[in-house]
Design a binder for this molecule. Structure first.
Ligand code: NAP
Ligand code: F7E
Length: 344
């Protein structure tokens, strides 16, 4: 029998990669989209899957809507990827973020409970829950210390997922995914901001990329690898929680240096008091400048994941290394800028 999956947040980066992955596995894919004046299907189009998924209208703010959609589509598996996912915005919209990223998850879990415990449920948890990390690398036993309203809301929904599994026997997994990127990453996130910025600099459409904290370190992987891990978790007989990460961490500064190399520029850094700039070592032209408005009220400085449980129990391993990821992102943005096609 054809398996059915319902993906919330299907219009986002992971939604596009997961749709492609599940369609290749033969699933019937329903994609939940919230009503907006213009639904952003650009990623699904670029992935070539827009015509193969069935979109249904659903907002995590509205439990009656969630109930009707789940009853109508009768999925075997729900992947909850929908969220207000931009950490910086969560400081300005903490209540909205808590409602969608926190209570929104309980709305789905309550619906599953009322339906007798099926379908299976995947929750998109995050390394941001480790925040001011108590140890490095972080694993499933590392204590949480979130540093943003986003991280706090996601921690609540992580524990609700665990609690519904333990209380009601729901097959509910929490994937604690470290940062994962791709050419479909939103423009507000630092990796895509840098990859597009470099492509624009190369094509004479921009001079300088303004960034915030250059010293923050992240364990960056490729989104295409990470959606496979989501699916693997859902196929286990017993549901559980897993860290998904590459086991390597790099600073924003190093990401920028690597991205600049793809367009043929070697960056050097000039620190003058509180100001800093990255410049081309041949022309002296400024490529990176620091703008403190991108700083966060409380920063997550260092993340590094230990995915050995997922490697052992799921047989999951990342296929794409850091250098290939940076090159893939800059090269795709170079193609887009040349064609005048930049979106998301
Ligand atoms: P993304 O590109 O920002 O996509 C978020 C999705 O959520 C979009 O489809 C968005 O719809 C939808 N959404 C937002 N508010 C909604 C609401 N009220 N009701 C229904 N849908 C709503 O995020 P992503 O990078 O694909 O990440 C997927 C999930 O994994 C998110 O939950 C994120 O928090 C989590 N996560 C991401 C990472 C990462 O590094 N990418 C790491 C760990 C965890 P619109 O198109 O209408 O905005
Ligand atoms: O920031 C620093 C910034 O916004 C990464 C989401 O998918 O991953 C993502 O959250 C770092 C931070 O991602 C700029 O201060 C410097 O330290 O790309 P980001 P994030 O906050 O790590 C986690 C795992 C999620 O779950 C989230 O949903 O880069 N940084 N300069 C900057 N960040 C941005 N956005 N823009 C800058 O100019």
């Amino acid at each position: 029998m054809t398996k059915k999956a319902l993906i919330t947040g299907i219009t986002g980066q992971d939604g596009a990669y997961l749709s492609e992955f599940l369609l290749k596995k033969g699933y019937k894919v329903y994609g939940a989209v919230r009503r907006t004046s213009s639904i952003n299907t650009a990623r699904l189009s670029e992935m070539g899957v827009l015509d193969d998924v069935e979109l249904v209208s659903m907002d995590l703010a509205e439990i009656t809507n969630i109930q009707r959609v789940i009853e109508k589509t009768e999925p075997d598996e729900i992947y909850n990827l929908a969220a207000q996912s931009f950490v910086h915005t969560s400081y300005e919209q903490p209540i909205y973020t808590s409602d969608i990223d926190g209570i929104g998850v309980t709305r789905i879990l309550e619906t599953i409970r009322n339906l007798g415990g099926t379908p299976k449920f995947y929750q998109a948890s995050t390394s941001e829950m480790f925040g001011k990390a108590k140890e490095s690398p972080q694993n499933e036993d590392t204590p949480f210390y979130p540093r943003s309203p986003y991280g706090v809301a996601k921690l609540y929904s992580h524990w609700m997922t665990v609690n519904y599994r333990e209380s009601w026997g729901i097959h509910a997994c929490s994937g604690i995914l470290f940062n994962h990127e791709s050419p479909l990453r939103g423009l507000e996130f630092v990796t895509r901001k840098i990859s597009l910025g470099m492509a624009e600099i190369k094509n004479g459409k921009k001079d300088v990329i303004n960034l915030g904290n250059l010293n923050a370190e992240r364990d960056w992987g490729f989104a295409g690898d990470y959606v496979e891990a989501m699916w693997l978790m859902m196929q286990q007989e017993k549901s559980d929680d897993y860290i998904i990460a590459t086991g390597q961490t790099h600073s924003v500064r190093f990401f920028a240096e690597q991205a600049a190399k793809v367009i043929g520029i070697d960056i050097e850094w000039d620190i003058d008091g509180l100001s800093e700039r990255g410049f081309c070592n041949k022309t002296g032209k400024t490529i990176i400048s620091v703008d403190s408005s991108f700083n966060r009220p409380a920063e997550t400085e260092h993340l590094l994941g230990d995915a050995s449980k997922a490697q052992k129990e799921l047989g999951w391993n990342p296929s794409c290394d850091f250098e290939s990821l940076v090159t893939m992102m800059v090269e795709r943005d170079l193609e887009r800028v040349k064609k005048g096609l930049v979106w998301f």
